[in-house]
Ligand binder design. Structure first.
Ligand code: ZN
Length: 664
C-alpha cells in the first residue's frame, strides 16, 4: 500500500468508526484505539501535505479560527413554520390543505427539536458548507465550527444526489448541557441558561477548537434540491439516514388529524425521556407532489404546521425554606419542596432569590406553590395557591443570623441580598474564597479540587489561600482519597500558579465586586498591588468604569490587617503581584484620553483584538457615538444609523487600515 492509499484507508476506517459510535451508538473499538488511529492519520497527513482533505476525520478536532462569519445566501429559503396550539387549529389547517390538493392526504409527524437551525450543503458527497438560518434568506457560514460536530458526516456513503441541502437542528443534549454548567459553577461562572441558547451561541464561537469541546449534535429532517428522486418526506428521511445522517427514529407516518393528536399527546408526556429538548411536534403533508401544489405563504409552507407544547407547571407543597451562604457571604433562600415530577425530572428545590421575592409572593412554609420550568433548568416558584393555605399559616420571617456561624446578618442599602459579615471565620466563606482562588479563571491550580479545599480547611491544614504555598506532600497524603501521585500533582499545581499573571491574581484574591474585567482594568491602571493598596476611593473612581461601590470594596479589603498579611505572604512565595515587564512594553499612551467607537466587521483583526489594542494603547472603547467620541473605526457592514450619527456630529471616521497605520 502506498502512502496515499494508506491515508485513504485510515480515513475510511475512522469515518466508519465515527458513524458507528455517534450515529448508531454502537462502537466497535475503544476510544483509545480510535485515538491511536487518528494520531497515525494526523502524522501521515502532516508528513504528506499534498494529500490534504478538508473533510478528513482529522479536521473534526477544530483549530480553525473564524474572525468574521461570512454572510451566505441560502440556495432555497429557510422558512419558519406556522404554529398551532389546539385540535381546532389543526383541523382548520387540514380543511385548508384538503381544499387545495386532490386525493388522499397522509401526514408525517416529527419532533420539533429545540436548538439552532442549520442548512448543510453537500456536493459530490462532501460537506461544502454549513449556514445558520439567519433571516431565512441568508445566514452566517459556520462550516469550521459545524465540522467539529461528530453527527455531521463530512463524507456521505451510498447513493446520494450530486448536490443538495439538508436542514436540521443543532442541539445540545441535556446531559452534556448539565455537565457544562457544573463546570461553570465550579469555576464561579454564571451557568448557561438553557441548551438552545448555548447551542446557537456555540455556532458563533470564533475558535472551532472550543466548539469541538461541546457535546453538540446535529439532527436532520429535510432535504432540499433539484432532481433528488424522492417522492415523500418519509422516504427523504430514510434516504438521509442511509447516507449517514443522524435522523431520529421517532418520525411517524399517519393518515388523520386524530392520529396526529395522538402523537402529540404521546410526546407531550414522554418528551422528557428524550436525550434532548423538544418544544413541540411538526406535522407535514407527506407527499412531495402535494407539497408542491400547496406551496408557501409569504412566511411559511402551507404543507407544514408546528404544534407547540405548553410550558409545564405543577403545584406542590413547600416544606421548608433554608438558607445557603456563598463565598462572599451572600445569603440565598432555597425552597425545599415535596418532591414532584416536573418536565421529566424530580424537583425538590427551587430558588427563592432573596427576601423581597419571598415577601412579594408572600411565600410561606406549608404553602401549596406553583412551580414552573420554562426554558431554564432551575425551576422557580411563580405563585402561591392561596385557596390551599393552612389556617394556622404564619408569614415568613427572614433569618437575621447566619445559619453557618450565627453572626448577625447585614443588608446594605440598595442591595437585594443579605450578607453574613463574618468574613474571617464563616466556614462557607473561608472555604469558598480558597475555592475561588484555585478556580480555572483565577489561579487555575491543577490537581486541587473544591472538595479537597474543604477537607484541607476542616483538617486545619490551611486557613486562607496563602497557606496553600506551604503545603507539603507529606501533609496531604493522609487525606481521604489521596495517593502519593495525586499529592505530588497537587503540590506541583500550586507551585506552577506562581506564574499566573498579576491581573488574574487580583481576580483570585476574591475582593467583592472585583470580577475578571474589573481586575483587568485595575491591574492595567495600577500595574502593581502596592500602588493599588495605597489608592484612595477618590483615586480609584477616576479609573474608567470603576464606581464608588467597587472603590469602597477595594479600600475595605486592603484596610484589613489580615488581608495585607496574606498579600505579604503571597509576595514572599513569589506570586505575581505586578504586571510583567514584557506586558508593560506592549502598552503605550498613544490613544490616551481618546474615546473610540468600533463598529462593523474587520478584515485583518477581530473586533475583540481591536478593542484590546485600543485599551493597551491607553484609549477607551465606547459602545455608542456621542459628542465625546474621538474616532469611529468603521469596518464592513456597519449599521447606517451609526454612520449618519457620526457624520452629523462631525466625528472622524477611520477605516481599519487607516486606524492601524495611525498606531504604528
Ligand atoms: Zn456566617
Amino acid at each position: 500500500m502506498n502512502t496515499k492509499q494508506k491515508i485513504e484507508s485510515l480515513r475510511e476506517e475512522l469515518r466508519q468508526h465515527n458513524y458507528n459510535y455517534y450515529i448508531l451508538d454502537d462502537a466497535t473499538i475503544s476510544d483509545y484505539e480510535f485515538d491511536i488511529k487518528l494520531k497515525e492519520l494526523q502524522a501521515l497527513e502532516e508528513a504528506n501535505p499534498e494529500f490534504f482533505d478538508a473533510n478528513s476525520p482529522t479536521q473534526r478536532v477544530g483549530g480553525a479560527v473564524t474572525k468574521n462569519f461570512k454572510t451566505t445566501v441560502h440556495d432555497s429559503r429557510m422558512y419558519s413554520l406556522d404554529n398551532s396550539y389546539s385540535k381546532e387549529d389543526l383541523l382548520d389547517w387540514e380543511t385548508r390543505v384538503k381544499k387545495m390538493v386532490d386525493g388522499e392526504v397522509s401526514y408525517i409527524c416529527e419532533l420539533k427539536y429545540d436548538g439552532a437551525s442549520i442548512s448543510l450543503t453537500y456536493e459530490n458527497g462532501k460537506l461544502l458548507r454549513a449556514v445558520t438560518r439567519g433571516d431565512g434568506v441568508q445566514g452566517d457560514e459556520v462550516t469550521a465550527n459545524v465540522k467539529t460536530i461528530h453527527t455531521v458526516p463530512l463524507q456521505l456513503k451510498g447513493d446520494y444526489p450530486e448536490r443538495f441541502d439538508i436542514r436540521g437542528e443543532i442541539v445540545l443534549p441535556i446531559e452534556g448541557f448539565l455537565k457544562m454548567n457544573e463546570e461553570r459553577v465550579e469555576n464561579d461562572e454564571e451557568p448557561y441558561k438553557n441548551p438552545r441558547n448555548t447551542a446557537s451561541g456555540s455556532l458563533k464561537l470564533q475558535d472551532s477548537a472550543e466548539v469541538a469541546k461541546r457535546p453538540l449534535e446535529c439532527l436532520l429532517y429535510s432535504i432540499v434540491g433539484n432532481n433528488l428522486n424522492i417522492t415523500s418526506q418519509f422516504e427523504g428521511l430514510e434516504k438521509a439516514r442511509s447516507w449517514g445522517f443522524k435522523v431520529p427514529q421517532e418520525a411517524k407516518l399517519v393518515s388523520s388529524i386524530d392520529d396526529v393528536l395522538e402523537y402529540v399527546e404521546y410526546w407531550d408526556e414522554h418528551r422528557y425521556n428524550l436525550p434532548y429538548e423538544i418544544d413541540g411536534v411538526v406535522v407535514k403533508v407527506n407527499n412531495l407532489y402535494q407539497q408542491d401544489e400547496l406551496g408557501f405563504t409569504a412566511k411559511a409552507p402551507r404543507w407544514a404546521m408546528a404544534y407547540k407544547f405548553k410550558a409545564e407547571q405543577v403545584s406542590t407543597r413547600l416544606n421548608e425554606i433554608t438558607y445557603q451562604v456563598g463565598r462572599t457571604g451572600a445569603i440565598t433562600p432555597v425552597a425545599n419542596l415535596e418532591p414532584v415530577q416536573l418536565a421529566g425530572t424530580i424537583v425538590k428545590r427551587a430558588s427563592l432569590h432573596n427576601a423581597d421575592q419571598i415577601e412579594k409572593l408572600d411565600i410561606r412554609e406549608g404553602d401549596e406553590v406553583f412551580v414552573e420550568k420554562g426554558g431554564e433548568i432551575i425551576p422557580k416558584i411563580i405563585a402561591v395557591d392561596l385557596s390551599m393555605r393552612p389556617v394556622n399559616s404564619v408569614p415568613t420571617t427572614y433569618i437575621s443570623k447566619c445559619p453557618e456561624c450565627d453572626t448577625e446578618l447585614v443588608r446594605l442599602e440598595g442591595e437585594a441580598k443579605h450578607y453574613c459579615p463574618n468574613y474571617k471565620a464563616c466556614p462557607p466563606q473561608v472555604i469558598g474564597r480558597i475555592q475561588h482562588y484555585i478556580s480555572r479563571k483565577a489561579m487555575d491550580i491543577d490537581g486541587l479540587g473544591g472538595e479537597t479545599v474543604a477537607l484541607l480547611v476542616k483538617e486545619g491544614l490551611i486557613h486562607n489561600y496563602s497557606d496553600l504555598y506551604e503545603l507539603t506532600v507529606e501533609q496531604v497524603i493522609p487525606l481521604e482519597r489521596m495517593a502519593q501521585k495525586s499529592a505530588e500533582n497537587l503540590v506541583k499545581g500550586i507551585e506552577l500558579s506562581k506564574q499566573i499573571p498579576f491581573e488574574r491574581v487580583l481576580f483570585a484574591l476574591g475582593i467583592r465586586y472585583v470580577g475578571e474585567t474589573v481586575a483587568k482594568k485595575l491591574a492595567k491602571h495600577y500595574k502593581s498591588i502596592d500602588a493599588l493598596m495605597f489608592a484612595s476611593i477618590l483615586d480609584l473612581v477616576t479609573v474608567d468604569e470603576i464606581g464608588e461601590r467597587i472603590a469602597e470594596s477595594v479600600v475595605e479589603f486592603f484596610n484589613s490587617e489580615e488581608n495585607r498579611q496574606i498579600v505579604e505572604r503571597l509576595r514572599s512565595f513569589g506570586v505575581q503581584l505586578e504586571i510583567s515587564a514584557e506586558k508593560l512594553a506592549n502598552q503605550t499612551d498613544k490613544l490616551k484620553g481618546l474615546s473610540i467607537v468600533v463598529s462593523g466587521v474587520f478584515e485583518t483583526i477581530s473586533r475583540n483584538d481591536l478593542k484590546k489594542l485600543i485599551e493597551d494603547n491607553g484609549g477607551k472603547v465606547s459602545s455608542s457615538i456621542s459628542s465625546k467620541t474621538s474616532y469611529l473605526v468603521a469596518g464592513d457592514k456597519m449599521g447606517p444609523s451609526k454612520l449618519i450619527k457620526a457624520e452629523n456630529l462631525g466625528i472622524s471616521i477611520l477605516t481599519e487600515k487607516a486606524f492601524l497605520s495611525k498606531l504604528k
